[in-house]
Design a protein around this ligand. Structure first.
Ligand code: SF4
Length: 67
C-alpha cells in the first residue's frame, strides 16, 4: 500500500514481507501496530495504541509522584 507520502520498506509490490500477506497497515505484525491510531476504527492497531498510551500515562504519573 503506497498511498500518501509514506511508503513502507516492507511492502513488496503490495505484499508485506513480514506478515507474508497483502499489506494491511495496522494489522498485527505490521510495524505500525500499536504505534499509530488509524482513521479506520476496525484496525486492531487502535486498541493496542490506546493501551500503550494508557501505560505510558500511568508510567509518567508514577514518575511525577516520585519527584
Ligand atoms: S503491513 Fe505494515 S509492515 Fe507490512 S508492508 Fe504494510 S505497512 Fe509495512
Amino acid at each position: 500500500m503506497n498511498e500518501g507520502g509514506w511508503s513502507c520498506p516492507h511492502d513488496v509490490r503490495g505484499v508485506c514481507d513480514i506478515i507474508k500477506k497483502e499489506c494491511d497497515p495496522g494489522d498485527k505484525g505490521c510495524v505500525l501496530y500499536g504505534k499509530v491510531k488509524f482513521a479506520n476504527p476496525q484496525t486492531p492497531s487502535n486498541e493496542a495504541f490506546e493501551k500503550r498510551m494508557e501505560r505510558k500515562m500511568k508510567q509518567m504519573l508514577e514518575e511525577s509522584k516520585k519527584e
